[in-house]
Design a protein around this ligand. Sequence first.
Ligand SMILES: C[S@@+](CC[C@H](N)C(=O)[O-])C[C@H]1O[C@@H](n2cnc3c(N)ncnc32)[C@H](O)[C@@H]1O
Length: 210
Amino acid sequence: MTCSEHFDAKAREWDEHPGKRNVAQVFVCELQKHVSLNPAMELLEFGCGTGLVSMELHRQVAAITLLDTSPGMLEVLQEKIVHHDIANMLPCLGDLSAIDSVKERFDLVYSNMTLHHVTNVEQTLVTLATLLKPGGILCLGDLETEDGSFHQSEMQVHHGFDCQQLAATLFQLGLDIEHCHRSHTMEKTDTKGQTQKYPLFFLQARRPAP
Ligand SMILES: C[S@@+](CC[C@H](N)C(=O)[O-])C[C@H]1O[C@@H](n2cnc3c(N)ncnc32)[C@H](O)[C@@H]1O
């Protein structure tokens, strides 16, 4: 099963899952605590899913481009956009290659629980960094390094990350690191049916203004 087929199959029930809503809400709280949003800002969410994060942010900013490879997740998002008559959330089907990195620049790029699904993490970080305006901010939320029990084995994923290592990579790409810390510890039933704790990190970096 491909990644997008996996999420297509989960899309309709995604928002009904309290754990997924809670993890999105934790990320929103971290972002709101550390980033001053304003009505002129252009945002990009990478791996938006059904829009649990961006639905909480769109009223405070000019526009949000929402990128995801799963048509099923974007279909649920689009229904919410229509239902709430939202004009400034712009869903986009695809991976980062769907964004024109020469022409498009954002004040804030963010991604919650998506990086561990990405094949080439380093290239993804390079592209995310490229998409920032000078002074622009990148916020990432994801799993800390785990033992591989978080996902079903058929899913091709990374087993979380060392936040400090990701921060070091972003620093090498020219970004200033503003936050790198544990944001939450979630509980989930693992692949063997046991309840396990999985810590999550929040990482914030900024492209220096000239
Ligand atoms: C675990 S879900 C998280 C969704 C959302 N961020 C949230 O917090 O509810 C990961 C999402 O990333 C998307 N995704 C995975 N790989 C991607 C890629 N390379 N480019 C864009 N989206 C991707 C999946 O389709 C899925 O919707």
